[in-house]
Ligand binder design. Structure first.
Ligand code: PLP
Length: 265
């Protein structure tokens, strides 16, 4: 029985963080496990508080879990602090090198609340260097590479930086924050070269939807755990998120929530 692991923050609303990841794993018909890195106090409108888990407890969760039920793939979400990120890095040493890791380089929530202290960016980049795929949005891509991503060629330069200099096997630069068409850029290491593929996105009306980045990286992780190829996994993840945004549900006073397959409104 394969399973996927999420190492992420808790979002009590269930719309983002590890609660969303586990629901996406289930929607992809996969067992899930979760190591919590931080608690948040939040509702659909904003993040009220962030409380990192003790780093030693993060490390313990990972070590105990990996010794007993190693996952077929793992994703990293919110890491909160430098010490927590280092514990995750230490714990992941017990994960076989061939197990794919997807890194969602979460820096902040949509309301602007920080979900990663800035001094943790160095260790985040080291984790990205061990990843099969990193999934930055435009803000994260620009912040982590220092490259202006406002043009398509800038995006391609940033993608090359993630693969060549930082060491990721592949990168999906998400275009949702772009003013025009929300196309994504997938760049993959292929032998000695890098392949760039622009993937067309569709913009749906109706305002913000919470936790789309979490759901995308979780769905890709679920498909990788099922031994699907990277391109196929990215395609399946993008489809789940596009359909989820199209049918998004209003539950609170703030952002809407992604509709997941198999969940009735
Ligand atoms: N809370 C947690 C625990 C998260 O991991 C994330 C995003 O990764 C968020 C909140 C923010 O979600 P949004 O970008 O939809 O505000």
């Amino acid at each position: 029985m394969s399973s996927a692991l999420t190492i992420a923050g808790s979002d009590p609303t269930g719309g983002a963080g590890l609660q969303a990841d586990l629901q996406v794993f289930a929607a992809c018909q996969l067992q899930g496990s979760a190591v919590v890195t931080a608690l948040t106090v939040q509702d659909s409108a904003k993040v009220h508080r962030v409380l990192p888990v003790f780093p030693s407890v993060v490390l313990d969760q990972l070590r105990v879990l990996l010794a007993d039920t190693p996952p077929a793939a793992a994703k990293l979400g919110m890491l909160a602090t430098d010490d927590v990120a280092r514990s995750v890095q230490l714990g992941l040493a017990d994960l076989p090198a061939e197990t794919p890791i997807v890194v969602d380089p979460v820096l902040a929530a949509s309301d602007g609340s920080s979900l990663l202290e800035s001094r943790a960016e160095r260790v985040l980049l080291e984790l990205v260097g061990r990843s099969a795929l990193v999934t930055p949005n435009l803000v994260e891509a620009e912040r982590l590479t220092g490259i202006d991503v406002s043009t398509r060629s800038g995006c391609e330069r940033a993608a090359r930086e993630f693969v060549e200099a930082i060491g990721a096997q592949a990168v999906l630069v998400k275009g949702g924050h772009r003013a025009g068409a929300p196309d994504d850029l997938l760049a993959l290491r292929e032998g000695a070269s890098i392949q760039y593929e622009w993937l067309e996105g569709e913009r749906f009306e109706g305002g913000p939807v919470h936790g789309t980045g979490c759901a995308l990286s979780a769905a890709i992780t679920a498909h990788l755990a099922r031994k699907k190829g990277l391109r196929e996994s990215v395609q399946a993840g993008r489809l789940l998120v596009a359909e989820g945004i199209r049918d998004a549900l209003s539950i609170g006073s703030g952002a809407r929530r992604l509709a997941l397959p198999g969940i009735l409104p």
